[in-house]
Design a binder for this molecule. Structure first.
Ligand SMILES: Nc1ncnc2c1ncn2[C@@H]1O[C@H](COP(=O)(O)OP(=O)(O)O)[C@@H](O)[C@H]1O
Ligand SMILES: [Mg+2]
Length: 268
């Protein structure tokens, strides 16, 4: 039996004024999927993820999230549904006036439907920060951390609720290659240890390549070669210009699509 569908777009169109930014998109995420969304700046990746969360409402079509149609829900029900998803926004979105521990605790303390007992908050915050190897930063403020560390705090905040579905929006944007690789390793670690369904939007093919060709080994604490089933999507002007496997992507002759699939010489 096929795993359950967690998210489904049915001919979803989103417009800003007359500007069509998602154009009749069909998209499906099943439990356990890894989906890599490639596309140039402005192609619609962020709008796609925000529409999945119900932060943007479709002008046409429907979005089904955990079997519920998001457009038919009240804000409160939508909030409860959203609480079951982990999200790392492109901008990071940490609160500057809160400590790292307070930032990571935020979803646990503010999403009532999660019913997290007060006594469990701190242990879970500590666990999430340990997961991203920032266990020593609880009392610090975001301004005291580097860009890469702040991104890791964002991951801790996304996973602290132990969601089944995680959406990462351009998690490596603006980072140097080594830090970017560390962030991607954490994303693979989360996927492979907790078996979370993962959607990653990025303009870096390396990021998708890593998820599609490496698995995190909990015993060694390292990535090793593997072929986790991974689907690639390439967005172009609000449409899926491509959807398929990595091999199919690398074989594409489409001039736009093939730009995102330059075979890599070597990835360490
Ligand atoms: N709130 C908004 N109002 C108007 N236009 C928007 C808004 N958000 C995104 N857009 C437009 O939607 C398109 C897709 O944007 P986005 O999803 O952010 O692209 P990407 O994440 O792929 O770089 C762009 O043309 C952008 O200008
Ligand atoms: Mg974006």
């Amino acid at each position: 039996m096929a795993p359950p569908v967690l998210l489904r777009f049915e001919r979803v169109t989103v417009k800003f004024d007359e500007n069509v930014v998602l154009d009749r998109v069909n998209w499906e995420l099943r439990e356990g999927d890894t989906c890599v969304i490639l596309g140039s700046a402005g192609s619609g990746k962020t709008v796609l993820l925000k529409t999945a969360l119900g932060l943007i409402h479709p002008d046409e079509g429907r979005v089904m999230l955990f079997d519920k149609e998001t457009t038919s829900l009240r804000e409160r029900e939508l909030g409860d549904l959203r609480a079951r998803i982990g999200i790392l926004f492109q901008e990071g979105g940490l609160f500057d006036s809160m400590t790292i521990a307070e930032n990571v605790a935020y979803p646990l303390e503010n999403q009532k439907s999660l019913l997290c007992p007060e006594a469990d908050v701190l242990p879970r915050v500590e666990e999430a920060l340990k997961f991203v190897e920032l266990g020593h930063t609880l009392g610090k403020f975001p301004s005291e951390l580097s860009g890469g560390m702040r991104r890791r705090v964002g991951i801790a905040r996304a996973i602290v609720t132990q969601p089944r579905l995680l959406l990462y929006d351009s998690p490596t944007a603006g980072l140097d290659p080594i830090t970017a690789n560390n962030i991607m390793t954490l994303i693979a670690k989360e996927r492979d240890i907790r078996h979370t369904t993962t959607a990653l939007a990025t303009h870096r093919y390396q990021d998708g390549h890593l998820l599609a060709n490496y698995r995190y080994n909990a015993n060694t604490g390292k990535l090793e070669r593997g072929k986790p089933e991974t689907r690639f999507v390439v967005m172009q002007d609000g449409r899926f210009a491509f959807e398929g496997s990595q091999d199919e992507l690398e074989a594409s002759r489409d001039p736009y699509v093939s730009k995102f699939a330059k075979p890599l010489e070597k990835i360490s």
